[in-house]
Every structure is written in C-alpha cells, then in structure tokens.
Design a binder for this molecule. Structure first.
Ligand code: UDP
Length: 505
C-alpha cells in the first residue's frame, strides 16, 4: 500500500478533524491512516493532548510505509474554559460539567481550525459529525466534505424516522414496544429506551438538527459499519436522505491487518516516539488468561465513559460472583465533581468491593487493553454497554455478547444484535441522558442470569456462539479484496480523487 514518490504531488490532500471522544477519534484516525496508506496526502488537525493518542501510529506509518500523513496540533483553550491543561477528551472527564467544558473548548477552536484549513487548502474535508460548520467551510472552498458517523445506520435512521413519524405516540404504555418505521429489520423499542431529544425539545435538539442538516449538504457520509451487520439499512438511509453513504467498517480490521503485516516484517518501532503504550503493564492479566480454559472467561467493560453508581457496582459484584464464571472486570472510578480532586476512596478497595468480588475475578482498574483481551482464546463472552466500537471489536474476533445498553445509541445496537442472534440481553430498558447514569440499578440476579445464559454451554448459548463466529468470518471477508467494505473504501478514495481532479482540470 506504500505510496510511490512521483504520485505524491498529484494526490489529493484530505484534512481530518476528529472530535473529543475516543470512540470517535480512533475510527476517524483509522480512516485517515487508510487513506494515506492508499496514497492520499493526509493532515489530521487536533489539540495537542488528543493528538498524543495517535501520534505514534502516524509516525510509524510515515516511517515504515511512506505514508504522507501529518498531524497539525492546535492549542486547546484550557484556561478560557476553566480546565486543567490536558483535559481535551471526554475520556478524561469524570463529570458532565467537564464534558460541557471540553465541548465548549471545541466551539472556541472553530475559528482557529477554519483558519488552519484555509491555510492548508486541502482538496477534501473529512469531519466528525459533531463539526457541522465544516460543511459551510467546504462549500466556501468548493471542496467535498464528508461527515464521519461512528455508529450504526440504524441509529441514523432512528434519529430521522422516529422524529418524523413519532411511532412512540401509538403505544398505550411504557411496557409496550413500537416498531421503528421503514427499516428492513424488525427493530422494536420501548419508549423508555429512546433518546429524550427525539421525543421532546431538549438542549441537545439543536445539535442533532445541525448534524442532520450538515449531513444532507455533505458530499457523503462515512460509516464504520457494513452490510453484513446492517443488511439494507444503509441503502435505506441513503435513499431517505439523498446523500451517499460509504460503509467501510470494521475499520479496525483493515488497520489490524496492516499492523500485522508490519510486525511480520519484524520491523522494530523502538525508535518511534511512542507517546504512551496503553497496553503496557497488563502482563498479569494475560498471565491469568493463559491459565483459563478456551471460551471460559467473561470480559466486562463499559467503554470509555460510563460511570456506575456505587449501588450498581455492588449489584454487579454480587451478580458476577454468583454467576461463578472466570471474569475480567474493568472497573472505572466513580463520578467526581472536581477534575483534580484525588479522592482517596475512589479506588477499588473502597466501600468493601474488594471483599465482595469472587475468587474467579481479575480486576483491571482504569483502562484495559480491550482489543487484545477480546482476541485471547480464553474469552468466551463480553458484557458490554453496546458502544459500537466495542461491538465491532468483539464480533471481529467472534466473541458473543451480553448486552447492557445504557446511553447514546446503545439501545439501537442492542436490538440489532438481538435480531442478528449475536447476544443475550441483560434486561436493561431505560435510556440515560449521559454517561453518569440516572437509571435505577439493575439487580445482581438479572446480571447473574444473563451471564449464566451465555456462559453455560446451553443450546441457546451454543447457537449465539456459532453466529458470532460466523459473523467474524463475514466481517473479515468484507474487509478483504472484493469484500463489501474493501470495495467501498476503494470507491471512496476514487471518488475523492475524481472530485480533486475535476476541480483542478
Ligand atoms: N476501550 C479500551 N479500554 C477500556 C475501555 C475502552 O480499549 O478500558 C476502548 C474500546 O476498545 C473501544 C473504545 O474504547 O475502542 C470504546 O468505544 P465504544 O464505542 O465501545 O464506547 P464509548 O466509549 O463510546 O461509550
């Protein structure tokens, strides 16, 4: 995939603008790297500390694959928004107040980013969906703008169709389900499971409107999904909205394959500025996994943001212990009001959790090497909140799921997985407006039951396991030459070249 030097000058230059969430940044940077590996010139614009998340990968691509990819860092307005230096991402945000400040910081950065993009003078902008202003700039510069949509197409359809047709008004009670209209799959929801801003005007309604309006004025939408996962849905959205969708997921499969090729060439990257290797220091976890039977371990992790209440954590400890199955539980600190407050009680040993956990549990406090853990042969199930990246990572390696949807688009993904026979639902049915949860705790009994249903080798669990393995094969094929996502990726790159050459001719 390395680029020929003489092609470089003729290649379109694409600017990427990631937003403030790890689950948005990682896949968007994957696209940037893939474009560069296919010969396009790429610049990623990001505040300094967010850039640290991917700088080493970009450096490595430049060095070992000749990619023409650079990162242009900008200064995050920490002082203006009242945040300590380094907090530029929701992952470092233990409260909604801090999330608001990070978001405000990105609003303040708009002018600076606009100026930088004008100076760079690219042929194309690929922007996170949460920067709708990039569509105005692209129109002014007469270049195509693509919106990056990190979640499912079903979620996008829901945003549009639920708001338009209001199917939730036709149910008599909260317990009754309604069908999302128009979808090729039967996705049934309870009123309590859909976002509040779809049912009424909230402070988020304008954001959603802006995102959707910018989308239809874009040259296209890039999705980290594929027809193997959402048959017919993407086409439906395209038709309903009149804007072309490019479905090139799971992006991590492209990148993992490329990285495996690099490693197989035994290239040492020890001289690269590796900002922080997030997988360092987890040897104990992998030693522990090595001693477990294949498919026997449950992995429990709730993405980059979710914070549970202590009551919920206790129910979880009780349920997981009672399920009596080897478990890796990624435990995150509770909500804290002040970002710099180092709460001495906020570690695992507080409130007696340490005494509550079972002997079969391995606890990771903080950030886990999720992708690597999921790949381990001992992992037999994943208890997840249904973050789309987590789902793709799990299905890419054929690990079946227990779904505990909580916020954002989680409930649509939960229903999709149920429809595809890839998961056992835990029984959560209340959508939370933020990642600090307001729903009543789920009981330990429900958690225990769901874990036992997936991990006990019953006919039901064998079927789900089989489906997950089959999906892994389909996803792999989708990203190989001739596969649906691979063809779309190549088509997208050709489309960008076509637009750039049309403008310059
Ligand atoms: N992640 C990780 N270790 C953790 C928690 C999360 O590597 O301890 C990664 C996970 O692999 C995924 C991302 O963070 O790539 C979470 O994204 P997702 O869309 O699943 O959920 P969100 O964070 O948006 O709720």
């Amino acid at each position: 995939m390395a680029m020929e030097q003489n092609e470089e000058t003729a290649m379109p230059h694409v600017v990427f603008i990631p937003y403030a969430m790890t689950s948005h940044i990682t896949p968007l940077v994957h696209i940037a790297r893939l474009f560069a590996l296919h010969g396009l010139k790429v610049t990623i614009i990001a505040p300094q500390h967010n850039a640290l998340l991917f700088q080493s990968s970009v450096d490595r691509d430049r060095l070992f694959s000749g990619s023409n990819i650079t990162v242009r860092t900008i200064q995050f307005p920490s002082e203006e928004v009242g945040l300590p230096v380094g907090i530029e991402n929701f992952i470092a945000s233990p409260s909604m107040e801090i999330v608001g400040k990070v978001h405000y910081g990105f609003i303040l950065l708009q002018k600076i980013m606009e100026q930088l993009i004008r100076e760079i003078n690219p042929n194309c902008i690929v922007s996170d969906m949460f920067f709708p202003w990039t569509v105005d700039l692209a129109e002014e510069m007469q270049i195509p703008r693509f919106s990056f949509q990190p979640a499912t197409s079903i979620h996008q359809c829901a945003w549009v169709f639920i708001r338009e047709f209001k199917p939730y008004k036709n149910v008599a009670s909260d317990a009754e389900k309604f069908l999302i209209p128009g979808l090729p799959l039967d996705i049934k929801m309870k009123v309590s499971e859909i976002e509040d801003f779809l049912k009424e005007e909230t402070e988020y309604t304008k954001t959603v409107d802006d995102v959707l309006q910018a989308e239809v004025r874009s040259h296209g939408i890039i999705h980290n999904t594929c027809s193997e996962l959402e048959p017919g849905v993407a086409q439906l959205y395209e038709k309903a909205r009149g804007v072309k969708g490019w479905h090139i997921g799971p992006l991590a499969l492209f990148i993992n394959k490329y990285e495996a090729e690099i490693s197989s060439k035994q290239i040492s990257n020890s001289n690269i500025n590796s900002c922080s290797d997030p997988w360092k220091g987890y040897g104990d976890c992998f030693n522990w996994l090595e001693n477990q039977q294949p498919n026997s371990v449950l992995f429990v992790c709730f993405g980059s943001m979710i914070r549970f209440s202590d009551d919920q954590l206790k129910e979880m400890a009780v349920g997981l212990k009672a399920a009596n199955c080897p478990t890796i539980w990624v435990f995150r600190e509770q909500d804290k009001n002040e970002v710099d407050e180092k709460d001495e009680h906020s570690d695992w040993s507080r409130n007696g959790f340490k005494e509550m956990i079972g002997e079969k549990m391995f606890i990771i406090q903080g950030w886990a090497p999720q992708q690597l853990i999921l790949k381990h042969q001992a992992i037999g199930g994943f208890l997840t909140h249904c973050g789309w990246n987590s789902i793709l990572e799990s299905l890419a390696v054929g690990v079946p799921l227990i779904t505990w949807p909580l916020f954002s688009d989680n409930f649509y993904t939960d229903k999709l997985l149920e429809t595809l026979g890839l998961a056992i639902g835990i029984g959560a049915d209340v959508w939370n407006p933020g990642f600090i949860l307001s729903c009543p705790p789920l009981s330990g009994e429900k958690i225990e039951l769901a874990v036992k249903r997936l991990m006990n080798n019953s006919e039901e669990s064998r079927k789900i396991r089989e489906n997950a393995k089959l999906m892994a094969k389909k996803l792999k094929s989708a990203t190989e030459e001739g596969g649906s996502s691979h063809s779309q990726l190549i088509g997208l790159i050709e489309e960008i070249k076509r637009c750039a050459f049309k403008k310059s001719s």
